[in-house]
Design a protein around this ligand. Structure first.
Ligand SMILES: *[C@@H]1O[C@H](CO)[C@@H](O)[C@H](O)[C@H]1NC(C)=O
Ligand SMILES: *[C@@H]1O[C@H](CO)[C@@H](O)[C@H](O)[C@H]1NC(C)=O
Ligand SMILES: *[C@@H]1O[C@H](CO)[C@@H](O)[C@H](O)[C@H]1NC(C)=O
Ligand SMILES: *[C@@H]1O[C@H](CO)[C@@H](O)[C@H](O)[C@H]1NC(C)=O
Ligand SMILES: *[C@@H]1O[C@H](CO)[C@@H](O)[C@H](O)[C@H]1NC(C)=O
Ligand SMILES: *[C@@H]1O[C@H](CO)[C@@H](O)[C@H](O)[C@H]1NC(C)=O
Length: 393
């Protein structure tokens, strides 16, 4: 309950007028044992689900390939650990299908910035990691970093709870993993040795808004991811040691993390930051700098660049990652060996590829975003019925 309240309070405090806020909704792109920040040229230790540019390897030209972003000026990569389910009864894992991803661009300065505080667009090539991949048994010791990670078990009938740890379900309408990125930049480094120290969370202790520390004085937009997994049809055990587990072996949930490599057209992004105020939700057409670059009808697919089965029913987590915590700690398939795999450049569709059957996810998920803000702004009179009424995903 604490986390639900604090999360709602954060949104309420931050929902100040005159500040831009938009959401880009992505269809899933690919799940692969890749990590262009931590393993730029090879396979990574665990599987990530990717959206954004089909050019994932750091050596690839992002302008040559398509993106799942409806804004073509956004060729960024967005990724987070793939979600699995561990069946304790037969010691197997099932991947949980990714439904869609929302990437929120939030304009949230602190009191010193004023309502029209200057925000800087993400510089081209900026790399960011949010979260702590090693926080297995307890949250990150930094309370702001710990606040940045949360889960929502979507259950329109009985109420959707927000938690700091992975829910045990059932989550009939989906399981939403949520993570807030740091928004204060040191103004010079696109990356750092630990991939984190060139960035900082704001000083006010509420991860997603506030003023920046003097060490990291440049305020960027606050990036917030929701990876929504389709848990509704999952065959799950109601009790026992069966659990949701992140690809990194975390069956508790504190080690959720996410990554971003910015490849925006910086001019377009800066104009949008400067000119588009108010809450656009998914209505990107109302932001003039986006209009020439919108494409909600094109889709984007890519072929795997690593030949490895990472989805479906599996004997072990890809990469032979053992379960690292929770009641099934240590679970791993017998004789699991990590294959040596070659990594080849993806062959995504060209930038202008169209797939006529693509659902218009941008439009489709606006009610979802609206519901979230409604929920935040009516924290005191929060009504279950209203959430059900608005649940038209
Ligand atoms: C990855 O490959 C690129 C281009 O081949 C090279 O410049 C870079 O040093 C490599 N990085 C690592 C960590 O091996
Ligand atoms: C393991 O159990 C789950 C849940 O009952 C089932 O869906 C899955 O097919 C089983 N896997 C195998 C390989 O038997
Ligand atoms: C990650 O969290 C663990 C505790 O769960 C902590 O010991 C470790 O220092 C954290 N790592 C970083 C880089 O903050
Ligand atoms: C949500 O949390 C409340 C309070 O902890 C609990 O009573 C309720 O059963 C939970 N709802 C669901 C659907 O899990
Ligand atoms: C694991 O390897 C051992 C020794 O090579 C072998 O005896 C055993 O049958 C293997 N088990 C499985 C499940 O493959
Ligand atoms: C979207 O892409 C298709 C195919 O390239 C193109 O025909 C269409 O005009 C584009 N729409 C916009 C708004 O750019």
């Amino acid at each position: 309950m604490y986390s639900l309240i604090s999360f709602v309070v954060v949104l309420v405090l931050s929902a100040l007028p005159g500040r831009s806020f938009w959401i880009i909704t992505h269809s899933p792109l690919v799940s692969q044992r890749l990590d262009p920040i931590l393993a730029p040229n090879g396979t990574s230790s665990h599987t990530h689900a990717f959206v954004g540019s089909a050019a994932i390897l750091s050596s690839q030209d992002k302008n040559a390939l398509c993106t799942t972003s409806g804004v073509k000026a956004d060729k960024s990569n967005y990724w987070a650990p793939q979600l699995y389910y561990y069946h304790a009864k037969n010691s197997t894992f099932s991947s949980v299908p990714l439904s869609y991803v929302n990437t929120y661009y939030l304009n949230r300065g602190g009191p010193k910035m004023g309502a029209n505080g200057k925000l800087t667009a993400f510089p081209k090539g900026l790399k960011m990691i949010a979260g702590n991949n090693t926080a297995m048994d307890s949250p990150d010791p930094d309370p702001t970093k710990a606040l940045a990670v949360s889960y929502v078990c979507l259950n329109y009938k009985d109420g959707s709870n927000t938690t700091k740890t992975l829910p045990t379900g059932p989550c009939p309408q989906g399981l939403r993993t949520q993570i807030v990125f740091p928004s204060c930049w040191n103004g010079k480094d696109l990356d750092s040795a630990d991939h984190q120290s060139h960035m900082s969370y704001p000083i006010d202790g509420v991860a997603d808004s506030g003023d920046c520390p003097t060490s990291h004085p440049v305020k960027l937009m606050t990036l917030f991811y929701e990876f929504v997994y389709a848990t509704g049809n999952l065959k799950r055990s109601s009790s026992g040691k069966s659990r949701f587990v992140l690809a990194n072996g975390d069956a508790v949930g504190y080690a959720m993390h996410a990554d971003f490599v910015s490849a925006w057209d910086v001019t377009v992004l800066q104009k949008a930051v400067d000119q588009c105020t108010g809450n656009l939700f998914g209505d990107l057409k109302s932001c003039p700098p986006f209009v020439p670059t919108l494409n909600t009808t094109s889709s984007c697919k890519t072929k795997e660049s690593v030949k490895e089965k990472v989805l479906g029913s599996l004997k072990s987590l890809p990469g032979c990652v053992p379960i690292k915590n929770g009641p099934s700690k240590g679970a791993i398939a017998k004789n699991c060996t990590v294959p040596t795999l070659s990594v080849v450049a993806q062959q995504g569709g060209p930038d202008d590829a169209t797939f006529p059957n693509r659902r218009n996810v941008l439009e489709e998920h606006v009610p979802h975003a609206q519901r979230r803000l409604d929920l935040a702004e009516s924290a005191v009179r929060r009504s279950r019925h209203r959430e059900i009424a608005a649940a038209v995903l």
